[in-house]
Design a protein around this ligand. Structure first.
Ligand SMILES: *[C@@H]1O[C@H](CO)[C@@H](O)[C@H](O)[C@H]1NC(C)=O
Ligand SMILES: *[C@@H]1O[C@H](CO)[C@@H](O)[C@H](O)[C@H]1NC(C)=O
Ligand SMILES: *[C@@H]1O[C@H](CO)[C@@H](O)[C@H](O)[C@H]1NC(C)=O
Ligand SMILES: *[C@@H]1O[C@H](CO)[C@@H](O)[C@H](O)[C@H]1NC(C)=O
Ligand SMILES: *[C@@H]1O[C@H](CO)[C@@H](O)[C@H](O)[C@H]1NC(C)=O
Length: 398
């Protein structure tokens, strides 16, 4: 656990830094409102944009990213509470709470059936936001309970993890580093019910991940396959990275964030230590141009090596969280400073006023030739970073 005194001094030291003005641009509510008003009927959700005009491409609700747009609407409701709603900040243009509630409804059928494996944690985000506003909303309570039970049912005690993806051979048990982010739904429902099974699953998954998913130097594999009969590791490989031995930057970003959250939730110093190692790898391997590459080991030639703006905004949130919970004031200051620097750098590269997304330069899936796009979760975490900086006292709303 951390002491509020360290927290304050870390914030004071980091606050000398300037955050990008675009984080609070009125273009943000403008664009998000336009997207909310043009959601297809029956509902589909934006996931990424085309590469030439930056127009959103919408997907069926049974897609791992469907929760992010409704969560973005809730994030603007949070921003309204933090900043006030005026015509000049653009926040007076929409009823963000009701837009978020309406957009969440398309996710409800997924509680009974979905094909998203471990990603039910991401699907639950808007319902977790709803509960922060109205803790007795039964629709949202049912959703978080159902999604948590869904993830818990994917836990295998022989392996010590929740299964990320289904496979044709059920003994081939696939876990991806991204799965660290989905453990939060177990903590949320543990907080509501005190159900120790859920807490135990989150801790066990994280411990197994420390053992098998993280290299000596603090980098990560994307995929670890276990044999669910024996519990042994079959192989370690990539799915979306450059190679089996490379470090896919979005995976590393999920890991930083996921372990910082494990420390926040449990107070166990081994998770603090792990989050620090992961963050140190990320920052020590940043190229000198300050642009987060889609994979730390991807070749520089032909230039430019594609960036991943979503990895940048995800890790910025992970670093802000680590900055809040790290009990060392010097370390806390370092993480927050790095987060603000990454936000400045990605804004310079990827802010696109003419696109429907806020940012360009997202790499959805390089091996599938899907890059140079806007990405819904990249934008979500950009807005959330702005909100967090305001609530930490490190930024003004304009
Ligand atoms: C409860 O939350 C759901 C979405 O989670 C929303 O659609 C509904 O409007 C909310 N109900 C009330 C009474 O606020
Ligand atoms: C706790 O959660 C697990 C996993 O969803 C479930 O099987 C169990 O019934 C729950 N326990 C209680 C007391 O609700
Ligand atoms: C897992 O181990 C069992 C027992 O040794 C074996 O029969 C099975 O083929 C293995 N599965 C995989 C995917 O390696
Ligand atoms: C941001 O970019 C500058 C170069 O423009 C670089 O010096 C700095 O280290 C970058 N920040 C991070 C955290 O990589
Ligand atoms: C960023 O995106 C622009 C527009 O799509 C592209 O021209 C540029 O090469 C990209 N840069 C990187 C580093 O990905």
């Amino acid at each position: 656990m951390y002491t509020p005194i360290c927290l304050l001094s870390a914030f004071a030291l980091a606050s000398a830094q300037t955050v990008p003005a675009q984080l609070f641009s009125r273009l943000i509510p403008q664009k998000v409102l336009a997207t909310a008003k043009s959601l297809p009927v029956p509902i589909q959700y934006p996931q990424y944009t085309d590469t030439s005009h930056g127009n959103w491409i919408d997907f069926d609700p049974d897609t791992w990213t469907s929760g992010f747009f409704p969560a973005t609407l809730y994030a603007l409701n949070t921003r309204k509470a933090l900043c006030g709603a005026t015509p000049s900040n653009g926040l007076s243009a929409g009823d963000w709470l009701n837009l978020g509630r309406a957009a969440s409804n398309g996710l409800i059928p997924l509680e009974a059936h979905n094909n998203q494996g471990h990603d039910v944690g991401f699907l639950s985000f808007p319902f977790v936001e709803e509960l922060a506003i109205n803790p007795s909303n039964q629709t949202a309570l049912d959703a978080v309970h159902n999604f948590a039970a869904d993830l818990a049912a994917r836990f295998d005690p022989v392996v010590g993890c929740t299964r990320s993806w289904g496979t044709a051979d059920p003994t081939d048990f696939t876990v991806i580093i991204d799965n660290m982010m989905n453990l939060e739904i177990l903590w949320v429902v543990y907080g509501l019910t005190g159900n120790e099974t859920l807490r135990h699953i989150a801790l066990t998954h994280a411990d197994t991940t420390i053992r098998n998913h993280i290299r000596q130097d603090g980098s990560t594999w994307h995929v670890v396959e276990y044999n669910s009969t024996t519990g042994h590791v079959i192989r370690k490989r990539t799915a979306q990275g450059f190679s089996d031995s490379s470090t896919w930057s979005r995976g590393q970003a999920w890991a930083v964030y996921g372990f910082a959250n494990m420390y926040k939730r449990s107070g166990d110093p081994k998770y603090l230590d792990t989050a620090r190692r992961l963050a140190t790898y990320f920052l020590n391997n940043m190229p000198s141009d300050g642009i987060v590459p889609w994979d730390f080991n991807a070749p520089l030639i032909p230039a430019p090596r594609p960036a991943d703006s979503s990895a940048a905004t995800i890790v910025a949130n992970g670093l802000l969280l680590l900055g809040k919970v790290d009990p060392s004031p010097a370390a806390g200051k370092k993480w927050i400073k790095a987060a603000i620097s990454l936000l400045n750098n990605i804004t310079k590269l990827a802010w696109r006023p003419s696109w429907q997304s806020l940012l360009s330069n997202g790499t959805v899936n390089w091996p599938a030739n899907n890059f140079l796009t806007g990405i819904v979760y990249g934008d979500y975490y950009y807005i959330k970073a702005g909100n967090d900086l305001v609530s930490m006292g490190l930024a003004k709303c304009s």
